[in-house]
Write a protein that binds this ligand. Structure first.
Ligand code: NAD
Ligand code: AHE
Ligand code: ZN
Length: 375
């Protein structure tokens, strides 16, 4: 079949909207009509050329929602008409990682996914001249129709709006999951969130759900403050107005009883390795945990004095918020539909596919939280 897609033709170039060929689903695969997709900072990261795994030409996008149109041989868990959210972290329930119950990082198709290919080592997308176009993160939601492995779709309820729940395909689940699954934040905790964008705001609402007492937000952009307060931030620091962010956080978290100070938990949602260091070093001696969510460019490394870890701080990372997609994503859709979590205010812009590059411009200008493309 033919479908319209935004194609990343080369690093640093705007996406090109064009008709492409899409081959039907092979065994174990499903054809999905994407109804809506968010634009995540990770799409920008790959398009910019900073991603060591970035390959071109490719169809980016990994934060979608849509409807199953056709299933390949042997597919049993979804059928045409089912509403689904594509999963860049699949859940096969059979690989060593899934069976370990220690990680959400299913490894069954990771190698081909990183090469922009379906599990059989080929692409379903091609130009009208027949040249292959690569998949991205196994999802390619910047195409109106796409093919995914069955193990990489979460079936969700049919009354949930596509233009909101697409965000659960990455940002919402990543932010809330980092708090609940990875950090396991407890009631009364003091936490710091670095970067108050599409991920950071979801960390904030995760912290509010978990019952944190003090929620400090850090961002270079003062305009992020009102929305962050709406999602539970209790204190704001702009590093531009402060000599030493780490010391400021230590001071804020001190009490008459605890003169050491430091956050119980911190979260990096910037992808900046200097910020990651501050995020670790502002946590409490003896028990502070810092969770890296941000994705850093090729070649970037994190550093700190080992003494920071010797004295009990823990550095952790999280992908997709530690969520097991087929199991957890339908529950998060229920949380949204039941009003336990909010999504609507974070979707600041809704665009047509033809205007998708505007979504990247808005992100660069710091004017959007999430832009969503509706097909
Ligand atoms: P975003 O652009 O919406 O937000 C980033 C925020 O960080 C902005 O508000 C910006 O002003 C702020 N910021 C930038 N530099 C800063 C600094 N030095 N100090 C303080 N604030 C700073 O991006 P997003 O969609 O929220 O994504 C955030 C990061 O998370 C990206 O690196 C993205 O690739 C990554 N990410 C990771 C996962 C995962 O599974 N680990 C999932 C989604 C996104
Ligand atoms: N390809 C990059 C790493 C990108 C990355 O870390 N991706 C996250 C999801 S970001 C979603 O917005 C992830 O899931 N990582 C686990 C994995 O297996 O990719 C690089 O540095 O090579
Ligand atoms: Zn993402």
């Amino acid at each position: 079949m033919r479908t319209r897609a935004a194609v990343a033709v080369a690093a640093g170039k705007p996406l090109e909207i064009m008709e492409v060929n899409l081959a039907g689903p092979k065994a174990g695969e499903v054809l999905i009509e994407i109804k809506a997709t968010g634009i995540c900072h990770t799409d920008e990261f790959t398009l910019s050329g900073a991603d060591p795994e970035g390959l071109f030409p490719a169809i980016l996008g990994h934060e979608g929602a849509g409807v199953v149109v056709e299933v390949g041989a042997g597919v049993t868990s979804v059928k045409p008409g089912d509403h689904v959210i594509p999963l860049y972290t699949p859940e096969c329930r059979a690989c060593p990682s899934c069976l370990s119950q220690k990680t959400n990082l299913c490894t069954s198709i990771r190698a081909t996914q990183g090469q922009g290919l379906m599990p059989d080592g080929t692409s379903r997308f091609s130009t009208l001249d027949g040249d292959p176009i690569l998949h991205y993160m196994g999802c390619s939601t910047f195409s109106n129709y796409t093919v995914l492995p069955e193990i990489a779709v979460a079936k969700v309820r049919e009354d949930a709006p596509f233009d909101k729940i697409c965000y659960i395909g990455c940002g919402v689940t990543t932010g809330i999951g980092a708090v609940i699954n990875t950090a396991k934040v407890e009631i009364g905790a003091k936490a710091v969130v670095f970067g108050l964008g599409g991920i950071g705001l979801n960390v904030l609402q995760g912290l509010r759900l978990a019952g944190a007492d003090m929620i400090i937000g850090v961002d270079l952009n003062d305009d992020k403050k009102p929305m962050a307060e709406h999602f539970g931030m209790t204190h704001f620091i702009n590093p531009k107005n402060c000599d030493n962010v780490v010391q400021e956080i230590v001071n804020l978290t001190k009490t008459p009883f605890d003169q050491i100070g430091g956050a119980d938990y911190s979260f990096d949602c910037t992808g900046n390795v200097k910020v990651m260091r501050d995020a670790l070093e502002c946590t409490h001696r003896g028990w502070g945990q810092s969770i890296i969510i941000g994705v850093a460019p090729a070649g970037a490394v994190i550093e700190t004095r080992p003494f920071q870890l010797v004295t009990g701080r823990v550095w952790k990372g999280t992908a997709f918020g530690g969520a097991r997609g087929r199991t957890d994503v339908p529950k998060i859709v229920d949380w949204y539909m039941d009003g336990k979590i909010e999504i609507d205010p974070m979707i600041t812009h809704t665009l047509k596919l033809d205007d998708i590059n505007k979504g990247f411009d808005l992100m660069h200008a710091g004017e959007s939280i999430r832009s969503v493309v509706v097909y």
